[in-house]
Design a protein around this ligand. Sequence first.
Ligand code: ATP
Length: 329
Amino acid sequence: MSSLKKNHCCVFSDDERMVLEYLSDKKYHSGVQLGSALNKSRTTIMNYMKKLSDSGLLINKVIGRGYQLQIVPEFYDRRILLKRPNLSFFDTVDSTNQFLLEQSDVSDGTVVLTDFQSHGRGRRGRDFLSSYGTQIMFSYATNFKEIGEINGLSIVIGIAVVKALESVGINNVQIKWPNDLYINGQKVGGILVETSCSKKGVYTVIGVGINVVRDFLFLVDLSKLDREIGAIDISKHGISRSEMVLLLCEYIDKYIANFKRVGLQPYIETYNNYDAFAGSNVRIITNERMIEGVNGGINATGAIILYTQEGKLVEVVAGDVSLRKADIT
Ligand code: ATP
């Protein structure tokens, strides 16, 4: 893993970590107190605070009292993460997908995990919001021979994630075609598959982002969003973020290996069972047009099947399209 180019990422220094440890009691600590504990000037402490705030940590500053960490994140446990040798953790990265796309010669199963993305992205240049310590966000690298082989990959990854969550008792997660994770009508996570083609094949990066701590909803600006979002409280299910990361990666390893062998076909029925809008009236919005119809699940390439009101069967491939629930009768 030492060969990864460390672009646009950061790991907190020991001092910055120490500051976080002091602040983890949720009490106020003055710059002077922290400075003398760490043997650093107040200006240096101020700079640490700026960096921590810029990394998505909610730090209150009150004149005369000092700094307070409003919401204490559940920090990753490095000893657990180390169990996966091809996983690298950075406290912040601009986008884990971008980070992996900028690498060359990355072996299958390489994972880049972060606690904050300054430019996390969804499809079509949309933002994926993050706040430190309340999500699981990583990208996973794999290689295919031909671009046609990845049809339906985001569906299979969605199933892998849902199954991993189910294995710890989180049973109500659904998939919104083609790449979103939903619970009770709220988006709790997403998957973003991006590729880079060359003579060697199709280098594929799979981004996974899931909100896994309730506090996430207090930490992001919900007014920026065009939909309701939610979070899964994984701690209620007795699993830490670190353990959940490893479990998700194991499921993804297994599902990708099988997908490479047998393709999407064996997963179609499973997907249909998890489809958030199965049998519902839906609207597909593309740049040029809007199609409404009854959602008939997916076909062998991962395209969605719609039965329109005019009695036509239309198949739409994932790409630059959005799916919404429609209120047609
Ligand atoms: P569509 O529903 O139009 O197909 P999408 O859900 O697939 O879009 P993406 O591009 O994958 O959209 O993700 C970006 C969208 O996800 C944002 O526009 C926003 O609505 C939502 N979003 C952003 N951050 C988060 C988050 N942390 N958790 C859940 N949803 C988020």
